[in-house]
Design a protein around this ligand. Structure first.
Ligand SMILES: NC(=O)c1ccc[n+]([C@@H]2O[C@H](COP(=O)([O-])OP(=O)(O)OC[C@H]3O[C@@H](n4cnc5c(N)ncnc54)[C@H](O)[C@@H]3O)[C@@H](O)[C@H]2O)c1
Length: 355
């Protein structure tokens, strides 16, 4: 089978710690070219590859190469729109890191480009490909707890790093804290709810961290089916065993989950109805139990999910199949956090149609 040939744009933290190691575990993939404005990082990326890729001077050089089938876009959020639209326009398949873009207008432009393209567009919401949340969705949608009605997600974590040249702390370049990090969590809520988000109410502020970014909030999302979901977000939380806890309450049962502990617990009317699912990470990515640091545990888990998302992307390319994390998923996961930040600013509910 011919290898799928990648061009990589943006060789920073996530590319070096997860994408490149994951791609290097695959026999049917070759990274043929890298672009990063700082040569130092491009060299670090090249050193990780089994066969040395070319380092190119400009992003556009990836697009004109006939030996590049697909582009991994892993630069900062503010480059996602321009680089995605250009790559799709050049006939390349695209796997772009989340979020889809740094603003509503740009996200809609990417959506249109992806819908009009003949190549694959997949968004880097790797949790959609994790065995853990796949199992949770299977139960939530399988009828065991009845129709989902309420969802609660808690993301209590340590502060962000600033990103190269401080892009993450600059709302214009990142799109804001809730977009930058929480598109993942809103996407899980969107997926597990089984319907479309329509309206968002939120309250939050910057009360503790010196970086000036929103550091705590509660956000309520209403869905077209009448489902309600809430995200509790804190960015000054110390070590606390789990980063994401997620609950789905259905009409006849409930699911509680703790991703770091790999446990999903299904509850019914009686205690005797309890079922515990242990959904461990693939051991070839490392031993989560041996890692004492929450951050290290998170990175191993991230790498395993990134691996799975690339496998799905490659399968979509080979089979011409629409990806699970497609443009629609990408757009909804972008519009919800943007609406939440607007609701925090104005104090009013925000409908997704208005933005
Ligand atoms: N899926 C996840 O769980 C996850 C986790 C972390 C980061 N991310 C996303 O990955 C992206 C990168 O984040 P990071 O933490 O690696 O940031 P980073 O700042 O560590 O790395 C970004 C890299 O992009 C380079 N860059 C700057 N301008 C560029 C351009 N025009 N073209 C190409 N490269 C450019 C920088 O030099 C740097 O090497 C962001 O969109 C972020 O939201 C996703």
């Amino acid at each position: 089978m011919d290898p799928i040939r990648y061009g990589v744009s943006g060789v920073g933290a996530i590319a070096l710690r997860s994408h490149m190691p994951a791609l290097n575990m695959m026999d049917d993939v070759r990274i043929v070219a890298l672009y990063n404005p700082s040569k130092e990082n491009a060299e670090k990326g090249a050193a990780l590859c089994q066969r040395r890729p070319d380092i190119v001077e400009r992003y556009e050089d990836l697009l004109t190469r006939p030996d590049v089938d697909c582009i991994l876009i892993a630069g900062p959020n503010f480059v996602h729109k321009q680089q995605t639209v250009a790559a799709l326009g050049a006939g390349k398949h695209v796997l772009c890191e989340k979020p889809m873009a740094a603003s509503r207008e740009d996200a809609l432009a990417v959506y249109d480009a992806a819908r009009g393209a003949r190549t694959i567009y997949q968004i880097g919401l790797e949790m959609r490909y994790s065995n853990f949340y796949t199992k949770m969705a299977e139960i939530a949608h399988g009828g065991q707890i009845g129709r989902p009605r309420m969802l609660l997600c808690k993301e209590f974590r340590w502060p962000f790093t600033s990103g190269s040249r401080g892009w993450r702390f600059d709302v214009r370049r990142s799109g804001g804290a809730l977009l930058e990090m929480n598109c993942h969590h809103f996407d899980l809520l969107n997926w597990l709810s089984g319907s479309r988000p329509v309206r968002v109410f939120a309250s939050g502020g910057n009360d503790v961290n010196a970086d000036g970014m929103l550091d705590n909030a509660f956000i309520t999302v209403e869905y077209s089916s009448g489902v309600r979901a809430c995200l509790g977000y804190c960015k000054f939380s110390p070590y606390g065993n789990d980063i994401i806890e997620l609950t789905v309450i259905g009409e006849k049962g409930k699911l509680d989950s703790s991703a770091s502990n790999h446990v999903i617990c299904q509850w019914g009317a009686d205690r005797a109805d309890r079922i515990v699912y242990n959904v461990a990470m693939d051991p070839s990515f490392g031993d989560l139990e041996r890692e004492s640091s929450q951050k290290e545990r998170w990175i191993l888990w991230e790498r395993s999910m990134v691996y799975r998302q690339h496998r799905a992307f490659i399968q979509s390319i080979r089979e011409g199949k629409r990806p699970f994390a497609d443009a629609d998923v990408a757009l909804q996961s972008t519009l919800v956090p943007l609406a939440a930040m607007r609701s925090i600013e104005t104090g009013d509910p925000v409908s997704l149609e208005q933005g």
